[in-house]
Design a protein around this ligand. Sequence first.
Ligand SMILES: [Zn+2]
Length: 131
Amino acid sequence: MKTVIIGDFQEKVDQLLIRHRSILDSLSKYQDTNARVNRAVTKTVTTCGCLTVNATRQNIPKDATFRDYKQYMDSHFQGNLCENCREIIESKIGDNLFYLAALCNILDLDLDEILIKEFNKLSTLGHYNLT
Ligand SMILES: [Zn+2]
């Protein structure tokens, strides 16, 4: 399988996107595909059952530092994705990435540069960037 670089992906999206080239269509398709990712994850619990959710209040000791939080934070998910759910979620995330790239194309933004800037920001600021 060929390794796809983000710039190649963005260029391919530009070549293939015909119907939703309007900023309004791309914005709404991006939002729609994001909702479909959420729906696919939800259905792992409500339809398939390969995952369950047991959500409770996060239990973080009062004396824990922000750096310690990760060890106390629970995803509230239990189980493992079955192959079918994994395939569906990957497909929905791919659709979402397609419209993210389309949005970048319309706005003349370089997704590769955005990813590099974000990576560098995370690397430089670390945890403090996310508080
Ligand atoms: Zn499943």
